[in-house]
Design a protein around this ligand. Structure first.
Ligand code: SF4
Length: 347
């Protein structure tokens, strides 16, 4: 199957049947993965602070500085959450919180260094999202390269592509005008990879974005990956798409149906011919997420906690075996995947 253009992707989205999209996505999937085989991780998102000045209108999680209900987790609270995760067999933590003006980059470096020192390689962690990284570098007066080097010194291996939502300048102006530009975001992502860390791509659908905006997001992701790979860098490990949860947000709106999500996963699998893993979101789609494996996804997380999406209406099933029974019933073998150490950091 050859690379498709944005125009061809638009045509497929508008006119291809579900079966046709599924068929093409499965062909694209077999370039990287065995059919009917999927991988997963058990993870916990640790929301270390809910104080945030970014004021995205689609967020139900944040409180402003000095508003009631703001918190910052202590080191002991973070460790207790990681211990719980280890107890149920998980080994991946994603740190994610608000743009808290009282917490400088050094606060995070100390936190990450203490987690690495205490757990070594028993736990892998996504230290920040790219969005938080851009904020912290800016506040510290550091270039993205300098800030990425600080994280690396603190024992960080991964920074996720979170906070991208829809990567168009217009979307950001409409919904997240204090969250930096798309250009900042992509430059930071490149600096992270150049520092020898790994990163991922993400996307959130179901706001008021247009089809063209969604396609622009995919195009920017594919272009970035082309550039990184051409320069001999590790590139984006995966692409994770999830759906907007509208409850309790200023923007409001409705959830998109699972069918639309599955179709978008299929189109992403077909379009992103240079990204190995397409991940489906159990956090926002629950059992419906597994149907996306038929539409080209190959990997998923089983999350124990994420206050950001839970505040906006996500529900989390903690019976992991009953969740894993769903892809098995669909005919998939599922295998636990440990987070890889970036090639630049392997001795
Ligand atoms: S989505 Fe993140 S950056 Fe935006 S308001 Fe919520 S916590 Fe802050």
């Amino acid at each position: 199957m050859s690379r498709i253009s944005v125009d061809e992707a638009r045509e497929l989205w508008l006119h291809a049947s579900d079966d046709e999209l599924k068929r093409l996505a499965q062909i694209a999937r077999t370039r990287f993965h065995e059919p009917k085989h999927a991988t997963y991780m058990v993870m916990r998102i640790i929301n270390y602070t809910n104080v945030c000045v970014a004021q995205c209108d689609y967020c139900a999680f944040y409180v402003l500085p000095n508003q009631e209900g703001g918190y910052v987790l202590s080191g002991d609270e973070v460790f207790a959450k990681i211990d719980d995760l280890l107890e149920v067999g998980g080994d991946l933590v994603a740190f994610n919180g608000g743009f808290n003006p009282k917490l400088p980059l050094e606060f995070y470096c100390d936190l990450f260094a203490s987690v690495r020192e205490r757990y070594g390689d028993r736990v892998e962690f996504y230290a920040l999202t790219i969005a938080e990284f851009v904020y912290l570098a800016d506040r510290a007066g550091l270039t993205h390269a300098e800030a990425a080097a600080r994280l690396r010194e603190a024992g960080v291996h991964w920074v996720t592509g979170g906070g991208s939502e829809i990567l168009t300048e217009d979307f950001r102006k409409r919904h997240a005008k204090f969250k930096y530009t798309v250009r900042d975001y992509l430059e930071a992502q490149r600096a992270i990879v150049e520092a020898g860390l790994r990163t991922t791509a993400t996307m959130v659908i179901g706001f008021d974005e247009t089809l063209d905006e969604r396609l622009e997001h995919l195009q920017r992701t594919r272009d970035l990956q082309d550039d990184l790979l051409r320069d001999g860098l590790d590139g984006l490990f995966s692409f994770l798409c999830w759906t907007y949860k509208p409850y309790g947000t200023a923007f409001g709106g409705r959830e998109i149906p699972p069918q639309e999500y599955w179709r978008w996963i299929a189109l992403s699998r077909i379009f992103l011919d240079n990204v190995k893993h397409i991940r489906t979101s159990v956090l926002t789609q629950n059992e419906d997420a597994f149907r996306a494996l038929d539409y080209g996804a190959d990997d998923f997380d089983l999350p124990l906690e994420d206050e950001v999406t839970q505040k906006a209406g996500a529900t989390i099933e903690l019976d992991l075996e009953s969740l894993l029974a769903v892809p098995r019933k669909l005919g998939y073998t599922v295998e636990y995947r440990r987070a890889e150490r970036p090639a630049a950091l392997t001795a």
